[in-house]
Write a protein that binds this ligand. Structure first.
Ligand code: COA
Length: 285
């Protein structure tokens, strides 16, 4: 055994390895947080999920825990959900946003702008049955109530007899194409398609498909005019300019589309389409 002083001298002379302080042990990785679900089976946007969405280019406004998203949620980056209430399946294209409102089975293209309190895909009740009440067609409890009232035990035990009944089907998909602007408080009926470049006026009730570049207003929604003449609409649709990102359109005078259409077509031909990251909610959980 070498004396401590001898070891120190040998170390200083480089003849014994230096003593290194033991590296602090790495903390074990935190177990992945298990996804939190709402009673209707949607994923709560926890702080962790909100941060992941943000990092992948998806903007959400409500604080952690105050928003929920369905499993079937496919989002192109960047897009902004702000305070949307999303129930059934949703797909949203890049550069699109909605301020808030209700969405059920909706596909939004690129560059879609949606104002406040828009309602898309509200479900119908059973119109042709004896009753429109969900007590007769929902296979699960209609109310979330306690047991201290007349009939409570029977209510909790009750389920409608749905055997041999025509299924009550709803939730036809709404398709909103590209560069559509939907004004404040509009109601869009399930199953409707809104064409590229269309505008839906404030408080319009849209029950029928909307042609590309039409401006629709009123209740029921009617075409009040078209944004551009037929020839320009045809060239804009054929150009598919929305496949490019805003920075790829720099230098095009977007305020004068008729004067810029040649340059726009040339730009689309010259540029590679923007390839967004596609965010599937289930891959972030
Ligand atoms: C539809 C809108 C874009 C205007 O389009 P426009 O073609 O310039 O419309 P005009 O003002 O020339 O009006 C054309 C006709 O449509 C009617 N109209 C316009 N907007 C309407 C609306 N929201 N509801 C019912 N009718 C409407 C006009 O009264 C006019 O009818 P008339 O020809 O019988 O007089 C605009 O009125 C609108 O609704 N904007 C939405 C604003 C909004 O919600 N902003 C929130 C931020 S996203």
């Amino acid at each position: 055994m070498l004396a401590r002083r001898t070891k120190t001298l040998l170390r200083r002379a480089g003849l014994l390895p230096k003593i290194r302080a033991a590296a602090p042990a790495e903390p074990p990785p935190a177990p992945p947080a298990s996804p939190q679900l709402t009673p209707d089976g949607r994923y709560i946007v926890t702080a962790d999920l909100k941060q992941k969405l943000h990092a992948h280019g998806i903007d959400t406004s409500p604080p952690a825990g105050a928003m929920a998203l369905p499993a079937d949620c496919v989002l192109e980056s960047p897009c902004s959900l702000q305070s949307m209430e999303i129930f059934g399946r949703i797909a949203i294209g890049s550069f699109s946003y909605a301020v808030n409102g209700y969405y059920n089975n909706v596909t939004l293209g690129r560059y879609v702008s949606i104002g406040e309190s828009v309602q898309m895909g509200r479900g119908d009740h059973s119109i042709a049955w004896l009753s429109t009440s969900p007590f007769f067609y929902l296979p699960h409890p209609v109310f979330n109530v306690g047991r201290d009232f007349e009939g409570a035990a029977s209510l909790h035990a009750f389920r409608p007899d749905l055997t041999d009944r025509e299924p009550f089907v709803q939730g036809r998909t709404i398709v909103v194409e590209n560069d559509v602007w939907i004004g404040h408080g509009a109601y869009i009926r399930q199953g409707v398609r809104i064409g590229t470049g269309a505008i839906v006026g404030a408080h319009a009730v849209v029950t029928r498909d909307v042609p590309p570049y039409a401006i629709v207003a009123g209740n029921p929604g009617r075409v009040v005019r078209y944004r551009f003449d037929d020839a320009l609409i045809a060239r804009l649709l054929a150009s598919r300019w929305w496949t490019l990102a805003p920075w790829q359109l720099q230098g095009i005078d977007v305020s004068r589309p008729a004067a810029s259409i040649d340059a726009l077509e040339a730009r689309v031909a010259a540029e590679e389409p923007y390839q967004p990251r596609i965010v599937r909610l289930t891959e972030l959980l």
